[in-house]
Ligand binder design. Structure first.
Ligand SMILES: O=C(O)CCC(=O)C(=O)O
Ligand SMILES: [Fe+2]
Length: 316
């Protein structure tokens, strides 16, 4: 096992954990070099300096890379570069993942996540905006207080990320609060586009913390953890993560099956799921009638996510 009891307690309490030195400097340098090639076709500093000199350099895709292919290269796992794809084989890393999940793991999704300081726009205009959970990337069930369908996301730091390099802002303990916070946000008009409109109105939440870490670290965080992106204060740097999401094997039928819905299928599947029967939904791993997932609160949140679904059969 790679996490100490104290680290595991910290993950359970805070909903996230930064584990240093899971990967060696040499592994990270090779992975970063491969990632730079995919996004810029050259080392990042060279691309940055050419951009600054006004040369015609190709632009790099803006961060969000759960899509398979960009004009530059493939960002969805496997990307075809062993220095990146082999990161998933690290046994200490997989042990830590399963300890956070509390169960054997099942793959959901892995991809490269780049934010490039000189061109980055992947943050909200104001610091109190943009707070959200990543849960719906791989699971189309809203958060529940019992945590049954939550899973774990992870970013591996291919280089040091310091305060001015746009570390993700995470809210300690918010994974325990997400269902209640969203329920209240919907009730008070403070939810929009999957995010809380104004963090200042969610007074029950703790203050956000920057997830700075050194090269070779991994940030594990619950899919229920409320977090946000912030702008780069230093626009000369980039932030390059190799990311992996995994769920518990005991609910992977639904949690990972939700993932392909992202890639064009979601538009078809969401309306179908809205109208089909509870029995058919269960064929796809959706919790059946009588399942402990259903509470007054999750049914309220489901009504927000699927406004036209008949939820009567699920009422406890
Ligand atoms: O880039 C970050 O710091 C966070 C981005 C994020 O939360 C997301 O893409 O879901
Ligand atoms: Fe996010």
């Amino acid at each position: 096992m790679s996490l100490t009891p104290a680290q595991l307690d910290q993950f359970r309490r805070d909903g996230y954990l930064i584990v240093p030195d899971l990967f060696s400097p040499a592994e990270m340098d090779a992975a970063l070099e491969a990632m730079d090639q995919i996004f810029y076709g050259r080392p990042f500093p060279q691309w940055r300096d050419e951009l600054a000199a006004g040369q015609q350099v190709r632009s790099a895709s803006d961060g969000f890379t759960t899509t398979h292919n960009h004009k530059e290269g493939r960002s969805q796992f496997p990307v075809g570069a062993p220095a990146l794809d082999r990161l998933i084989e690290n046994p200490r890393y997989l042990d830590a993942f399963e300890q956070c999940l509390g169960a054997p793991a099942s793959y959901c999704n892995a991809h490269l996540f780049l934010r490039s300081g000189p061109t980055d726009k992947r943050h909200a205009p104001n610091l109190w905006e943009g707070y959200h959970i990543d849960h719906h990337t791989n699971c189309l069930l809203p958060p529940s207080e019992n945590g049954l369908y939550s899973y774990v996301n992870c970013g591996v730091y291919l280089h040091d990320v310091v305060d001015d390099g746009a570390p993700m802002l995470v809210i300690p303990g918010s994974h325990h609060q997400a269902a209640a916070v969203y329920a209240r946000a919907f009730a008070t008009g403070n939810a929009g586009g999957g995010s809380l409109k104004d963090l200042r109105l969610a007074t029950e939440l703790a203050a956000p913390v920057p997830s700075t870490a050194r090269r070779g670290s991994a940030l594990f965080y619950s899919s229920y953890l409320i977090h946000a992106a912030q702008p780069f204060r230093n626009k000369q740097v980039q932030r390059a993560f190799w990311t992996l999401s995994m769920c518990r094997q005991d609910n992977d039928r639904w949690t990972r099956f939700a993932n392909p819905f992202l890639y064009g299928e979601r538009e078809q599947m969401m309306p179908f799921f809205t109208r089909t029967t509870p029995r058919v939904r269960a064929l796809f791993g959706w919790p059946p009638v009588g399942h402990p997932y259903y509470t007054t609160q999750t049914l309220g949140l489901l009504a927000q996510l699927y406004p036209e679904m008949d939820l009567e059969p699920y009422r406890p």
